[in-house]
Design a protein around this ligand. Sequence first.
Ligand SMILES: [Zn+2]
Ligand SMILES: [Zn+2]
Ligand SMILES: [Zn+2]
Ligand SMILES: [Zn+2]
Length: 256
Amino acid sequence: MAVVVTGPDAKPVGSRRCMFELKEYTRPFTCRVCTVNSYDTVRYRCDHCDECRHVSCIRLDEEIRVGPGPRDIFAMLPVFTLYEKPQAGINSKNKKWAEYCLVCGMLIKHYSYHIRTTEKKDLNMHPRCAELIRVNNRVAVPLELHMGERWSCVWCGNKRPEGASPAGPTDFYCWSYEMTGGKNRIHVRCYSEMMTQALNSIADSHYYNDDDTIRIVLRRRKSTDGTGWEGILKGAFDIALEVAGLGLTQILVDLI
Ligand SMILES: [Zn+2]
Ligand SMILES: [Zn+2]
Ligand SMILES: [Zn+2]
Ligand SMILES: [Zn+2]
């Protein structure tokens, strides 16, 4: 399925317009619209400009309606508006962290879905992150989403992922997924890092493996502790592989 993209971002070369094709790939990629690394294996790619976009980013809607979100945070503010850059007004109450994505915590460099709260806080989200809570979303949400930094993440071991703004509020910035057992969490950002590593590892293993076993190397930001791989991360990783559409039978996971 090919899509011709027009508008300021189409970057025509000569008389040729971008032609994005929907295909399945094995490597992670950086979406031209979100500018974040991503693990979605099915995506749009334009061969002549060598750029990729998420399925949900090939054409961004001017407005999106989101679900209530964790703890019904958006029950009263369900409609976000698209901008070419994250928005923060002159009298913004959260200027220090407004340009960071509410969901993954990372700085937004390009398109953003924005809303202003009644307390004059400017909330911005990457298009792909907004998709996680969008009504009728086009992406899979692997695990239940949570807010609040009460627990450390099983991937980074910290309350918020590296690169997140230290100024963001602890109660509703840097969301995470709830893992098996309920107590443990993995940041949305860290989940993405885990899957990016896994895809690279899987793609590399085809070059040197004769048997059918695929060796996946995961390098956590936190060194392995007593809680162990089996009970915690493994459960999330199995779900992650399934969500990514990777039906792998023989895998060997090395956790570093
Ligand atoms: Zn192109
Ligand atoms: Zn994207
Ligand atoms: Zn984000
Ligand atoms: Zn983390």
